[in-house]
Structure formats: C-alpha cells, structure tokens
Design a protein around this ligand. Structure first.
Ligand SMILES: *Cc1c(COP(=O)(O)O)cnc(C)c1O
Length: 369
C-alpha cells in the first residue's frame, strides 16, 4: 500500500478482481459480463479498470456517453462498447470509434438507420433498449412492429442485443414489480426474435439484479457498482471490497483556544482548547459542503476525526484533539474506513454519488493491494 503524501484516489485492481470473482460466482459460466465503466469508471479511472476487466474476462463495456467510449479507444481498449445514452448529434463520433449505440426510440432508430445508410455501413451493431417500467429511456411494446419493419428493410444495421433496466432490483419490497419487468422483457424480446429471424443477445441485470434475480441473467449482465465494491446491501458488501480509497495528508495542525473559531463564517467555535488539522481536499474535490459542521468525518490513524466548520473549496479542517498525529500524516477520507457507503448515508445519498463525485483534480494512483 502506498502512503499518501498528497491527496490521491487510490484504485486497487486486486479489489476489482475480487469483486469480479464474487459477482461472476452468482451467474452461469457462459453468461457474459458487460463491465459498466461510465463516469470515469464510477469516479476511478475507466481505462485502468477496463484493462483489468479485459484480463479478468469481461467481453463488453458500457458507457453512458460517447466521449467515455472514445477515452477507452484512446487507451487502446478495443472490446465492444455499448453507449447507453447516445443522441443523434453523436452518431458520427460513435461510428468513428467503433462504439455501439443503444437505440431507444422510433426517432433514434430512424435517424440511426438513415445515418448508417448514408455512411454506407453494413450490419452496424446496435442495441435495442426497452422501457419495462423505469420510464427513463426505451421503446415500449407497441413499438415492436415499427422496429421489426425498419430493421428488416435495411442491411445497414444489425441488432446485436436487446436490453431493459430494472427500476428497483435492490429493493426486496419491489419484487412483484421487478418480476413484472422481467416478464415484459421476456415477452418483448421473444417477439422481436420471432419477427427478425435471428437471436440478439439479451441482458437485463445490473449489480443488484445479479445478486437478487440471477434467473433473469439471459446472455449477459451489466455490472457497475458491484465491481467497484458496493452491493446495495450490508450483507453483500461483506463480500465486496471498495476499489477506490480517497486519501490525503495533514498540511498543518493548529491549537485553537476556547472562544476562537475555525473556517469561513466562523462556523466552528471552540468551547475548549482544540487541536485542528487542515487537509488539502475540499468541495472542489468532491467533499460536499454538507459534510461540514461534524456531519462527516475522516480517519486518522484508525480514529474518527470530525470535519469541523464549513467545507472550503480546497480544504477541510478536522478535529484531532484526541488523536496523536502530526503534519504529513496520512488521512483516509473514504475507502475501507469510513466506507463510501457509511459516509453517503450521513447525507442521505448512495455510494454511487459519492464515488463518482471525486473530481478530476484528484490524482489517480492505480495499485494492487
Ligand atoms: C449504470 C447502469 C448499469 C449499472 O448499474 P449498477 O447498479 O451500477 O450495477 C446497468 N445498466 C444501465 C442501463 C445503467 O445505466
């Protein structure tokens, strides 16, 4: 393990491998894994993550936007890559980098086929996205005849896969709804297969889907958060290991006397002699301002040190009165302790938001612990 001498986001590829093995232990050997590496690999380093995932056996990637796929191509990653949320303005970028669009509406299908024909493409792989209840993106069951006719009348595209996304796969109380989404997808996808006369891949499950509904794994699963170490469930988290650790160091220690204040707006007032430490990480790095005033904490030598006063853009101050520490000592913002899961609960969010919020200012360090 590398000792921090500045603020870094450490990315542990061995944790990624462990998480991959745990998730794949829940599915058949023949089921493909699509590694979801959108948003910089959930805030980490998408190229480093993707390279390791290729070595582990992932056969597809998913990103949200074309730029994210281009970043993989620039890192010499040639694995097929689904773009979950393309727009007509990005078709050229998608095709130029051998990325594969999710097609989610009649207008998109029409526009992509027109584009593909104009470019002289043949059997360009596209993925049909169906809305089975999330009501975010996707075709509905009444679009099936339209899709089949459009696709049968062109040689420019080929349906590589069909997929849908679960709205509440982590929530046991929504089992009936989730099962109805799976049943709808089954029906829709069977009908498309009947109509077009070949069998595209099918996929439905995100991380919690893999953990809770493995019966709907079809040909492939789309795992994101689980690979990064979170299972949306305390029991599952025990089997997973956070890939990212946000570390920093103590820049300066102050002794603040009773009655003195710390930080902007004098938000912290010392009621006794207090030792404070200033850390080179702030809201511009992803430490949300709401963590200020003792809502959030960091770990110094294994001990909890609350964030005092207001979070600044580039710094936070912590209370280290009861911790034996000095300038230059390492501080854990999140990782194993505190976990991004614990910290996110404090501000009523989810680890997805916390880990993707580490800004690009923070240096990424890839390691194997
Ligand atoms: C982000 C995303 C995923 C991954 O979900 P996790 O909960 O992180 O596993 C899968 N499918 C779609 C469509 C997504 O947008």
């Amino acid at each position: 393990m590398h000792k921090a001498t500045e603020t870094v986001l450490e990315i542990d590829l061995n944790a990624l491998a462990q998480n991959y093995r745990y998730l794949t232990s829940k599915i058949e050997k023949s089921t493909r894994v699509m590694g979801v590496v959108k948003a910089f690999g959930y805030g980490s380093d998408s190229a480093a993550i993707a390279k390791e995932l290729v070595a582990l056996g992932v056969s597809y990637f998913a990103v949200a936007y074309p730029n994210e796929g281009v970043a993989l191509r620039k890192a010499d990653i040639e694995t097929p890559c689904l773009v979950l949320h393309p727009l007509p303005a990005t078709f050229k970028q998608i095709v130029d980098h051998c990325l594969e669009p999710a097609i989610y509406s009649r207008a998109m299908l029409t526009a992509f086929i027109a584009f593909a024909e104009k470019e002289g493409l043949s059997k360009y792989p596209v993925h049909l996205k169906f809305n089975t209840g999330l009501n975010r993106l996707g075709f509905l069951a009444d679009d099936l005849d339209f899709i089949s006719e459009k696709v049968s009348n062109t040689k420019s595209v080929k349906i590589k896969s069909m997929f849908s996304h679960l709205a509440a796969s982590e929530d046991a109380s929504e089992k009936v709804f989730t099962e109805s989404q799976i049943a709808q997808f089954e029906k829709i996808s069977e009908k498309i297969i009947d109509n077009i006369g070949y069998k595209p891949l099918r996929h439905m499950l995100n991380t919690s889907g893999v953990l809770n509904y493995p019966e709907a794994q079809y040909d492939m699963v789309r795992t994101g958060i689980g690979l990064y170490g979170f299972g949306n469930d305390p029991e599952e988290n025990k089997h997973l290991k956070p890939v990212a650790t946000l570390k920093t160091v103590i820049s300066q220690i102050h002794t603040v006397n009773e009655g003195e204040t710390v930080g902007y707006n004098r938000a912290f007032k010392a009621t006794k002699t207090t030792q404070t430490a200033t850390l080179p990480v702030g809201h511009a790095d992803g430490i949300k301002r709401i963590f200020g005033n003792k809502r959030g904490w960091v770990t110094v030598h294994g001990k909890k040190a609350p964030i005092i006063g207001n979070v600044c853009m580039d710094m936070i101050m912590i209370d280290v009165t009861d911790i034996d520490c000095e300038e230059g000592d390492e501080v854990i913002v999140f990782g194993e302790n505190p976990s991004a899961d614990e910290l996110s609960q404090v501000i009523a969010t989810i680890p997805y938001e916390l880990i993707t919020g580490v800004s690009q200012r923070v240096k990424r360090v890839v390691c194997r612990k």
